[in-house]
Write a protein that binds this ligand. Structure first.
Ligand code: FAD
Ligand code: MLT
Ligand code: ZN
Length: 524
């Protein structure tokens, strides 16, 4: 990698070395229903006649009832939410889904739609014995129009597969995230995923042009449009973008995919304060302007977690060290991605920008990728924080929108609270918490606060909730910038939505899903 030639004059003495040693621990495996004291809704229980009906719609290899095979479908990515479903259905067509929903609606059988099961709020797994409808067999690319860049595909296509397909055509999927190898395009739409390049490509509310959705009574809503402009009536597809499986099952997606950038650069930088992170972002926005495609920030402890997980050499390490020992002491790191169409132009712009931010000491240290492999390595130090945070026992995750000025103070407030309650410890194994770390899509005003724990504990959860949500509401933010409400935040929607808004959401739910068969115990 190319080390930045211009080095700042400041010394890096803000942070005393606080390298943390971690030990592994087991995760609790309690059922969601017990852990959160949930009462089962008035739904029917699956009987032999139901199985007969499903067998008439699907072939036997599309029906899973074996208890071992059900485990993965019942447990979420964080191993925090565990359901008790006895049945997974894996339809191959929209028509099969329509027949299943129509039947379940009449029988009052509850359903959970499941994509890649990478959701981070407990929305993709059942709470009791809901039937899981997995979209994994609905995985075909339907069409691609090279002129317009419009891709039509089944909702069960894995995001990375969709992007690889587009790459061969010279296009890019307008969404990228760490779970791209597992999450499905339908799951992305259902959660309105934001990801790493929202800064450049905008939200799915803008790039999705049409959807095919099966409503709770089995009705198929076919609005797989290819139009960028259509002002005839309500824009119904928007209702399902971010509806988290509460209003219908998305089976098809029509999406506008831009040209793939020909030139991509990454700069990975070390900074001495959060103020500098903000200043750096402001400068990047004005000086890199149209080629700025990602601006991500990470605090020091999030890099320690990543280092522990990756056990490789940190990009800004200057010594012969590995793992957590290789993480320098900068309190903050920033990853900047530029993408454009002319390499010389982009390189020159980035170089000038870096000279400026190092001259004025906004940035203290940095490195720039020289090739595709280095680019991927640099991204790894940002993308792997999610995985790293949960693998030493568990993680409490908060995904909030906040004004930039108050964004990092949430992490500090939580660190202080855990310390005051004597819950935070980096060395004492008898205490439940490792660390509260902050990172995220600063370019989108989106902070990720992860509290990594040795095991899930009510004491820690009570210390964090509603504390975090109150902080966010007080600062006029949103309690979910991108992961959604799911099970985790269903009781806290009022911190971000008014009574009138909540009533309209409930009215829509009651109207389209009067039996509340779709994804119960979640969302609202
Ligand atoms: P699932 O987890 O299976 O489902 C999520 C929700 O959508 C559930 O409520 C489910 O019922 C519903 N659902 C799924 N498919 C359908 C469908 N076809 N029709 C109707 N409802 C459906 N999110 C971000 O926004 N930005 C990120 O940067 C990001 N990074 C991540 C990194 C990692 C490592 C992980 C594990 C997760 C990350 N996520 C991120 C969270 C997650 O929301 C996304 O991974 C993804 O959008 C979920 O897709 P999925 O197919 O796994 O959906
Ligand atoms: C991310 O940006 O990495 C994801 O949203 C997942 C996470 O919260 O860690
Ligand atoms: Zn994110």
């Amino acid at each position: 990698m190319f080390r930045l030639a211009v080095r700042s004059k400041s010394s890096n003495n803000y942070l005393k070395s606080s390298l943390i040693r971690y030990s592994s621990s087991s995760s609790a495996s309690k059922l969601t229903a017990d852990k959160y004291n949930v009462k089962r809704g008035n739904y029917s229980t699956i009987n032999d006649d139901d199985l007969k009906e499903f067998n008439s719609i699907l072939s036997s290899n599309q029906i899973i009832t074996d208890s071992n095979d059900l485990i993965g479908f019942n447990q979420d990515w964080m191993k925090k939410y565990i359901g008790q479903s006895k049945l997974v259905l894996k339809p191959k067509t929209t028509d099969q889904i329509s027949k299943i929903l129509s039947y379940c609606n009449k029988r009052k059988l509850a359903i959970v739609p499941q994509g890649g099961n990478t959701g981070l709020v407990g929305g993709s797994v059942p709470v009791f014995d809901e039937i899981i409808i997995s979209l994994s067999n609905l995985n075909k690319i339907r069409s691609f129009d090279e002129m317009s860049g419009i891709l039509k595909l089944d909702s069960g296509v894995i995001l990375e597969n969709a992007d690889n397909f587009l790459s061969e055509k010279g296009n890019i999927f307008p969404l990228d995230l760490g779970a791209k190898g597992s999450c499905f395009v339908g799951g992305n739409v259902a959660t309105n995923a934001g990801g790493l390049r929202l800064l450049k490509y905008g939200s799915l509310h803008g790039s999705v042009l049409g959807l095919e959705v099966v409503l709770p009574d089995g009705t198929i809503l076919d609005s797989m449009h290819s139009l960028r402009k259509d002002n005839t009536g309500y824009d119904l597809k928007q209702l399902f973008i971010g509806s988290e499986g509460s209003l219908g099952i998305i089976t098809g997606v029509s999406i506008l995919c831009p040209a793939r950038p020909k030139s991509v650069n990454i700069a990975f930088l070390g900074l001495n304060s959060y103020e500098s992170v903000k200043k750096c972002f402001q400068t990047a926005r004005s000086d890199l302007s149209e080629i700025l495609s990602a601006f991500e920030f990470m605090d020091h402890d999030s890099q320690l977690l990543a280092a522990k997980n990756l056990n490789s050499i940190h990009p800004l390490c200057q010594e012969d060290k590995i793992g957590i020992d290789s993480v320098p002491n900068y309190p903050f790191y920033v990853l900047i991605e530029t993408s454009g169409s002319t390499k010389e132009h982009d390189d020159e712009k980035l170089e000038k920008f870096l000279e400026k931010v190092m001259e004025n000491e906004t940035v203290i240290d940095g490195t720039v990728s020289q090739d595709e492999a280095q680019l991927k390595t640099l991204w790894t130090w940002r993308e792997s924080i999610a995985e790293a945070s949960q693998q030493f026992g568990g993680v409490y995750k908060y995904d909030v929108s906040l004004p930039l000025d108050s964004m990092y103070s949430l992490v500090e407030a939580v660190q202080k609270r855990l310390n005051d309650l004597n819950l935070s410890s980096t060395t004492d194994n008898s205490k439940p918490v490792y660390e509260a770390v902050g990172y995220g899509h600063i370019g989108d005003g989106n902070l990720h606060l992860n509290v990594a724990v040795r095991e899930y504990s009510k004491d820690v959860e009570k210390a964090l909730e509603p504390f975090v949500y109150e902080f966010v509401a007080k600062h006029h933010g949103s309690i979910s910038a991108e992961h959604g409400l799911g099970f985790q935040k269903k009781n806290y929607i009022s911190y971000s939505k008014s009574e009138v808004e909540i009533k309209m959401i409930k009215d829509l739910k009651d109207h389209y899903d009067p039996n509340h068969i779709l994804n119960p115990y979640k969302y609202i």
